[in-house]
Design a protein around this ligand. Structure first.
Ligand code: ADP
Ligand code: MG
Length: 155
């Protein structure tokens, strides 16, 4: 069983702030790190990942959008970024069919939108980014480290 170690709460007043938070985490990301993204449709998960990619050094020519139809987009920054969106999947076997487990062990960074649909996938240490809508332009972003190895993202 994997336990939450610490949660840090952020408030963002506009989409740009959520991108900036993502960029900070992307800047610090290391090979093999896993980020789960939760929140309702339109919460700001993809917006967060856009900032994250920027912080990881992904060029602006590789525009980050929700890989809702492709399920997986790969970007190339300082490290490879594997961006999953599990919204359209209904069975965990479909996630395994994507080769998901192999990406977790890869030398890149994995970010997964709608990760909360399949909690059984995330038994390894990871950082959860849970975005809650406060108003049309503001969000509460709860970042939770599942393992002390992710506490460094808060420092
Ligand atoms: P999701 O991937 O969770 O479905 P998106 O990132 O695609 O959500 O969409 C979020 C929408 O909310 C975008 O249009 C974005 O501009 C808007 N938005 C407004 N305020 C914020 C905020 N503080 N943080 C993130 N997104 C915001
Ligand atoms: Mg999205």
């Amino acid at each position: 069983m994997i336990l939450p170690i610490v949660t840090q709460r952020w408030f963002t007043a506009q989409a740009q702030d959520t991108k900036a938070l993502g960029a900070w985490l992307g800047y610090k990301a290391q090979p093999g790190d896993i980020f789960t993204c939760c929140g309702v449709l339109g919460a700001g998960k993809t917006t967060f990942v856009q900032g994250f990619a920027d912080g990881l050094g992904v060029g602006t020519e590789e525009y980050v959008r929700s890989p809702t139809f492709t399920l997986l987009q790969e970007y190339h920054g300082r490290l490879p970024l594997y961006h999953f969106d599990l919204y359209r999947l209904s069975d965990i076997s479909e996630v395994y069919d994507l080769g998901f487990i192999d990406y977790l062990d890869a030398a890149g960074v994995v970010v997964v939108e709608w990760a909360d649909k399949f909690p059984a996938l995330f038994t390894d240490p990871h950082l959860e980014v849970n975005i809650r809508v406060i108003s049309p332009d503001s969000r509460c972003v709860l970042c939770t480290a599942y393992s002390v190895s992710y506490v460094r993202y808060f420092l």
